[in-house]
Design a protein around this ligand. Sequence first.
Ligand code: ADP
Ligand code: MG
Length: 260
Amino acid sequence: MVPVVEMKNIAHVYVTDREASLAVEGIDMQVRKGEFISLVGPSGCGKTTILSVIAGLLKPSRGEVLVHGKPVNGPTSEVGYMLQQDYLFPWRTIMENAMIGLELTGRLTPDSRGRIENLLQEMGLGNSGTLYPAQLSGGMRQRVALVRTLATDPALLLLDEPFSALDYQTKLQLEDLIVQTLKERGKTAILVTHDLSEAVAMSDKVVLLNRNPGRIHRMFVIPDHIRQAQPFHARNQPGFNELFQEIWQEMQMTTREGVD
Ligand code: ADP
Ligand code: MG
């Protein structure tokens, strides 16, 4: 089967008026249908750059990205992007915020509207449709952002640190909700996180990057029994801590290399 994402020898140079800096280099990666992959690594190693390239928001200086076997030439509705900040419009209700993607792509129908209502219900937001973002907690707002991302039914979700502004309890609840929602729908996902335990608990594979320039250092395949447990319970599975330690130590080493 054709991979959902295929990155072939991607490199990107950011050019400013003062300098040109090589952000990532030699990125080769394949993500298969239904896989949940995390990108981890020190700040500045190019995680967001990689997501922007896959989303078609940034044209890489070198290499090629294919989504479902087709070259990426700009944003498409096949790919949904969810960020740390929810970017909800304060003057629109929750329902109106959730509908915006469908509205912009001219696909708002009674059917698709019904789908959003179901999604809001599933996310525990059934009674919040007429409220405004300012009336919601941080965790609720991120759930609205998830509904908005899922509303256009993208096959691939790119999640850039979606939990980092949330308190710990809310973050754990959302981890479970996201994994369950995406698995049920057979979605493919790439998560960027600075939280190693979150990466191990949620993912099928963890890709560790090093920096200056950002390259793939190593890929860790998460054992089945950890993968299959819900993120909250994955943390209590035998072998979880050992795997966490292993990736942690590897990351410490790459960070030190980057500084020297
Ligand atoms: P991460 O998400 O892993 O923290 P980024 O992808 O944001 O890393 O950044 C990778 C590198 O590229 C960093 O050194 C960063 O300073 C640089 N960079 C990111 N965006 C820009 C930009 N718009 N212009 C210039 N340099 C950038
Ligand atoms: Mg980033």
